[in-house]
Ligand binder design. Structure first.
Ligand code: ARG
Length: 563
């Protein structure tokens, strides 16, 4: 509901085209204190144009502004403050939400254009790290939000499945590995082979050379190398898929780094043709001094390509495939320099679309204040962490509601929801402390709290005897409900802001506040009381369930009807 627009129109009619309507709308503010009204228009700009004091203009205009949408419009200093007509607004907002259902809050500014989202992107033969978990959760939410704004999304898992480390892995496997052990516990076994390689290589210089030869063989399509690589990839992906299944995250493409192996020559050729490649210490680079950045390494002296070469090639391929309007890379902040370099090289190559690419960085996950790391055997097995969360959620449910049907399904929603919400409630650049106990609490700023509020609202609707209420919405709501209606009204704006800021936390914050407001309302008002305005109270509760469910869904969290 765009009451700002209505207010802007009303004012604009009195301005004799001094300001365009859009500008009037942009000037409208929300007053600091509720008693000052719901909307405020500052008269400073008009004062300049009309050479009168803003106070004077505010007084003058105030008498001319009248609309059934506003119960009062008054001048306060240089501002003209407007008080919305509560019944009218209540009725309009509730009816709109009832009509639109889960579509409420959707936008069309995406115009069906493509947004490519590169997220999760773990590395083959290495554990799925906490950083990859953040990327997965944030990327998935951003994709949902982009869709809600009218974009088509392409979700890409840019697997780390190429690079010299695969030469090392092949050597280690051939020397010390066993097929059975890899099959039994692929990631753990492959990681320990990789670690073993490094320990042994300190004693035996030959190993590095051997690894280089094997990676070269792999690049050249040697059969044995290819088969081993394919097998490592398959086993790893199988493990990662378990995590995606638990989180209900899907991808449209798993084209990882290896996919670009046979496409990089062309990228290098383009760079040569454009005279952008320079030799430096035997390697090929693109100079980026003009941007105050270190050079971007394209090819090593032995001809091997690098991470950046693959990202450049991937960008070219994606543009050709999808003609994206926007391209997001949801990757930890430690790769900021890399993405700046890649985007700048594309810019130097003359691709104007490079401007539509954005690196979306995020902070670390901490445990007792320290970065949770996957190096040196300190592996945190993510699948086990998620399963633990589900188990703890189940215990909580057993205590609270032992007779709940379908406990396992609900525990899954709550356990996973707790992890996701805990991540997304923070501004993404912040580091976050990982505590299962904290995130699973049913009280406070947690996923389970929002889910529980949703389930409580659903249960009220189930208990309502009056079922034909949709027709009798009048807009008469207790004063306690006004804050909620005003908040419900904001949902579309919150979605838009979260999209432009790449910040799902906007939605998480909003949902928590809405849940709090509803619980306050629930404590003060007898919702199912059979007196007047029951239809409006039920409509309000229904509207809350719609917005909570959709908001959670945008974050990638399911909403249980009972809990
Ligand atoms: N595999 C990389 C890592 O784990 C992340 C890849 C991100 N995406 C990209 N297009 N570079 O660090």
């Amino acid at each position: 509901m765009h009451f700002n627009k209505e207010y802007a129109k009303l004012i604009s009619e009195q301005l004799n085209e001094t300001l365009p309507l859009e500008e009037v709308e942009n000037l409208i503010e929300t007053p600091k204190h509720e008693k000052q009204g719901d909307l405020a228009f500052p008269c400073f700009i008009l004062a300049k144009k009309w050479r009168k004091s803003p106070q004077h203009i505010a007084k003058e205009l105030m008498g001319k502004l009248q609309s059934p949408l506003f119960e009062q419009i008054i001048a306060e200093g240089p501002y003209i403050n407007a008080f919305l007509h509560k019944e009218t607004v209540n009725q309009q907002v509730l009816k709109q939400i009832m009509e639109q259902g889960r579509d409420y809050g959707s936008w069309e500014f995406g115009n069906g254009k493509n947004t490519v989202i590169d997220f999760s992107s773990p590395n083959i033969a290495k554990p799925f790290s906490m950083g990859h978990l953040r990327s997965t959760v944030i990327g998935n939410a951003l994709a949902n939000i982009a869709e809600k704004c009218g974009f088509k999304t392409i979700r890409i898992n840019h697997l780390g499945d190429w690079g010299t480390q695969f030469g090392k892995l092949i050597v280690a496997y051939k020397r010390w590995g066993s097929e059975e052990q890899v099959k039994r516990n692929p990631i753990k076994e492959l990681l320990s082979l990789y670690v073993q390689f490094h320990t042994e290589a300190e004693k035996d210089q030959q190993l590095e050379e051997e690894a280089r030869r094997w990676f070269k063989k792999l690049e050249d399509g040697d059969e044995e190398a290819q088969q081993l690589w394919l097998w490592f990839r398959k086993e790893s992906l199988h493990e990662f898929t378990k995590i995606y299944d638990l989180l209900h995250v899907h991808f449209d493409s798993y084209h990882g780094e290896a996919f670009y192996n046979d496409k990089m020559e062309e990228t290098v050729k383009k760079l040569i043709d454009l005279e952008l490649l320079e030799r430096s210490d035997g390697a090929q680079i693109v100079d980026l001094k003009e941007f105050d950045l270190p050079p971007c390494l394209i090819q090593k002296s032995d001809g091997a390509t690098l991470y950046a070469t693959r990202d450049l090639t991937a960008a070219l391929y994606r543009y050709e495939q999808y003609h994206f309007e926007k391209a997001f890379y949801v990757v930890g902040q430690e790769q900021s320099l890399h993405f700046q370099q890649v985007f700048r090289v594309l810019e130097k190559m003359g691709y104007t679309w490079a401007k539509s690419m954005t690196h979306i960085p995020f902070g670390f996950i901490l445990k007792n204040g320290k970065k949770m790391s996957t190096r040196k055997g300190k592996v945190v097995l993510l699948e086990a962490v998620i399963e633990e969360a589900i188990k703890l959620a189940k215990q909580n449910i057993e205590e609270k509601n032992p007779h709940l049907p379908m406990k396992d399904a609900v525990a899954h929603m709550v356990g996973v929801g707790a992890i996701i919400f805990h991540d997304l409630k923070h501004e993404k650049q912040n580091h976050i402390e990982f505590s299962l106990e904290e995130m699973l609490k049913f009280e406070g700023n947690t996923g389970p709290y929002v889910q529980y509020t949703y389930a409580r609202a659903c249960s009220i609707l189930r208990k309502a005897e009056h079922t034909e209420w949709q027709e009798s919405i009048t807009g008469h709501i207790e004063p306690e409900g006004w804050a909620i209606v005003k908040q419900l009204m904001l949902f579309p704006t919150v979605i838009q802001t979260s999209f432009y800021r790449y910040e799902p936390s906007e939605i998480a914050k909003y949902l928590f506040q809405l849940a709090q407001n509803f619980n306050k309302y629930y404590a003060h008002v007898k919702i199912l009381h059979n007196g007047p305005n029951q239809a409006d109270r039920l409509a309000l509760v229904k509207a809350i369930t719609i917005v909570l469910e959709e908001g959670l869904h945008l974050l990638g969290i399911e909403a249980p009807k009972q809990m």
